[in-house]
Design a protein around this ligand. Structure first.
Ligand code: GFB
Length: 392
């Protein structure tokens, strides 16, 4: 009993200490009921880093809800970062990365009970997860006169591919596997949990679950807890102090797949430069532009040519930084630098830009320096981003 009390204490603190895995048969069911329960999740493969950050907020909100309505203590397992499509450095192995590489996990844990996957394995050992649930769409008939958008779920036949090897880990197994057609907010997942009564459950396609209340108090509390790691902040700070001198505009110039995915929102390089210069002319004594971009080198050089009268900077990671923090970390450094600029202009519909705007809200920048985005070549008066103001 003393050992179990220790396990319980360690787990509910969610700290990084090693916790012995337990043997279920040695433990009575009433004592098992006192142990924490775990939710794991994964997301549609092609989704990028910043949409994944948004899905975390939805899952955190679900865990908060579970801890309000259930007698058990629920903990969210942070899915490792694994081979994202946009991470282009093919010489680096960018698999199974813990959240602590990018985020301050202590800060996250102050708001939501979470553990990293490797910590979960220490607690759970190699026991099968009680349930694997693949979320999928309902078959919506587009010809229906009144399509039903109400929150609902039902166990159904699997429509698409069912993932069996999460994060390429063949030792993750499941006692039960089912597909559920799902439409609704993330707290609705609690009904599925009530029905299945698992102690450990993994949801695939967690992006199907929507926000309870996007931009509400809980949203911002969780969002604020997602601080980037001190090391990445330190690198960004050194760059700002050395080159930008705290007086600069940042432009997030999203290229590559956005040229095909959102052609009318992405201006040509020449038009991008024109819009940057137009903004600079309205800013008092700002002569320096920081460019955050996934653009290929030739496009960036072309942009520099058009911006010639101004000081133009881009963060280039040295070998050490790239090897340690990889493409994901370099992108975060770009985001931190943009979040601290005197003025920010982003790319319409890019979640990379949205997250910078949120960070600037948290830091207290005025909204006219934050909620700005480029317009496509043929729509110079395009709609500007919605001002999602911080709610406390
Ligand atoms: O973050 P993300 O979901 O934003 O995906 P979007 C874009 C990824 O591209 C980032 C890289 O996570 C980075 O890896 N990237 C983009 C950048 N801009 C920059 C930049 O300024 N600096 C650096 N260093 N890297 C969505 C995708 O992208 O676009 C979806 O999530 C889909 O999967 C959609 O492809 C069309 O919202 O911009």
């Amino acid at each position: 009993l003393v050992l179990l009390t220790v396990i319980q204490f360690e787990c509910s603190k969610c700290d990084n200490k090693e916790v012995n895995s337990f043997n279920e048969e040695d433990i009575g069911s009433s004592i098992l009921d006192t142990l924490p329960r775990y939710v794991l999740y994964d997301i549609n493969k092609p989704e990028g880093f910043n949409l994944r950050r948004d899905v975390y907020i939805r899952m955190a909100s679900f865990i908060h809800h579970m801890n309000k309505i259930s007698n058990y203590h629920w903990i969210l397992v942070l899915p490792p970062w694994h081979r994202l499509y946009h991470w282009r450095s093919s010489n680096l192995i960018q698999d199974h990365l813990p959240w602590s590489l990018f985020f301050n996990v202590d800060s996250i844990q102050k708001v939501t009970p979470v553990v990293e996957l490797h910590e979960f394995f220490k607690i759970n050992g190699l026991r099968s997860l009680d349930a694997q649930v693949t979320l999928q769409d309902f078959n919506l008939n587009s010809f229906e006169e009144y399509p039903d958008f109400s929150d609902k779920w039902e166990v159904s036949d699997c429509k698409g591919h069912v993932q069996t090897e999460f994060w390429n880990l063949s030792n993750l197994t499941f006692s039960k596997s089912l597909c559920i057609s799902f439409q609704g907010i993330s707290t609705l997942l609690s009904d599925i949990v009530k029905e299945l009564q698992p102690r450990t459950i993994i949801f695939d396609h967690a992006e199907m679950a929507l926000h309870n209340y996007y931009g509400g108090q809980e949203y911002w509390a969780v969002r604020k807890s997602m601080q980037f790691s001190d090391n990445l902040h330190e690198i960004a700070k050194t760059f700002i102090n050395s080159f930008l001198k705290h007086n600069y505009m940042c432009a997030h110039v999203r290229r590559r797949d956005f040229l095909y995915g959102h052609p009318s929102d992405v201006p040509s390089i020449k038009e991008t430069a024109r819009q940057i210069i137009e903004k600079l002319s309205l800013l008092n004594k700002v002569e320096t532009v920081f460019i955050a971009s996934d653009a290929p080198k030739v496009e960036f050089e072309k942009l520099c040519d058009y911006l010639r009268p101004y000081n133009v900077f881009k963060f280039e990671a040295n070998k050490d930084i790239l090897n340690t923090y990889m493409d994901g970390g370099v992108a975060i450094i770009d985001q931190i630098i943009c979040s601290k600029a005197n003025y920010f202009i982003g790319t319409s519909k890019s979640t990379f830009s949205f997250r910078i705007q949120e960070e600037r809200e948290i830091l207290g920048f005025s909204s006219n320096t934050t909620f700005n985005s480029f317009c496509g070549d043929n729509d110079r008066m395009c709609t500007q981003p919605t001002k999602w103001r911080l709610v406390e």
